[in-house]
Design a protein around this ligand. Structure first.
Ligand SMILES: Cc1ncc(C[n+]2csc(CCOP(=O)(O)OP(=O)(O)O)c2C)c(N)n1
Ligand code: SF4
Length: 271
């Protein structure tokens, strides 16, 4: 593994990683490292924060300032880090369970405040680490260990949820669409307020097996065939859009950023 990206941005002594063969999470982790390199960020000015889950193991392998916190609380810790040192580029890594179940309240409030955090959701539609329980993004009728006869809940669309709560940057991509993922993560990190990239990942071990999704290659091909950029979709005839999921950049707008507003109050009080 003597690639400059690997040696420059990863803690070699922490490998081999814990992920199963074919897990999509490593693809997203590598995309984050490539985006940081492309932006030329100083490693010492980057802080990567996670909760608990297979996805949340990523910061352990990444050679930056890193925090592996508690399940669902990554955004709360990250908010503290950003307020204490707004100069830091704070990136949050969270699974769909972490971010939209136990941590759902932190997500909506971080988005509402427009605090300058970049959140990358590793969405594999299931709780991977604890053995395949269904999560708030498990599609209706799909199976998990806690939904052996099919999930009757309606799933969250995390990108839409963040937008509804006030996120000023929100985008969705998949582990098949890696070039797009690199660009979206770069834009999200460069964005001043709260940004979210929902990266659709694959968990062949639990989600794939429980729902008979076939091999890892089959799961990747499904992503390739099922997702279309929403700008491309606008120009497609209705029959070509049927059954497709939309991805791409959905919102990118500038609004006052939380830590800047907070610092303004401190300055006013000093006068
Ligand atoms: C407070 C608390 N509740 C529950 C758990 C158990 N737990 C650990 S990881 C996890 C779910 C992980 O799923 P997700 O966030 O989707 O990430 P993935 O493992 O799929 O990447 C759960 C429920 C915990 N560690 N702490
Ligand atoms: S259980 Fe699923 S999410 Fe966890 S490492 Fe294995 S494939 Fe990846």
């Amino acid at each position: 593994m003597n690639h400059p990206l690997v040696e420059g941005y990863f803690r070699m002594e922490k490998f081999p990683h814990i992920w199963c063969p074919g897990c999509g999470h490593g693809i997203i982790m590598a995309s984050i490292a490539r985006s940081i390199e492309k932006l030329g960020l100083d490693k010492d000015k980057v802080c990567i924060v996670s909760g608990i889950g297979c996805s949340s193991r990523a910061p352990g392998y990444m050679d930056f300032n890193t925090l592996h916190t508690t399940h669902g609380r990554a955004l709360a810790f990250a908010t503290g880090v950003k307020l204490a040192n707004p100069e830091l580029e704070v990136i949050v890594i969270a699974g769909d369970g972490d971010l939209s179940a136990i941590g759902g309240n932190h997500l909506i409030h971080a988005a509402r405040r427009n605090i300058g955090l970049t959140t990358i959701c590793f969405n594999n539609n299931i709780y991977g680490m604890t053995g395949g329980q269904y999560s708030p993004t498990t599609p209706t009728n799909e199976k998990g260990t806690t939904a052996p006869y099919g999930n009757i809940d309606k799933p969250f669309d995390i990108t839409q949820l963040a937008m509804g709560a006030g996120a000023t940057y929100a985008a969705k991509t998949t582990v098949y669409h890696v070039n797009q993922m690199d660009k979206l993560i770069e834009s999200a990190i460069s964005h001043k307020g709260f940004s979210l990239v929902e990266a659709i990942s694959i968990c062949p071990t639990y989600y794939g097996r429980k729902n008979k999704k076939g091999s890892v290659v089959d799961m990747m091909n499904w992503l390739k065939d099922s997702f279309v950029d929403h700008k491309v979709a606008e120009k497609l005839p209705p029959e070509k859009k049927e059954g497709k999921f939309l991805m791409g950049e959905f919102i990118n707008k500038i609004e006052p950023e939380y830590t800047e507003q907070y610092d303004k109050i401190i300055e006013q009080l000093k006068k």
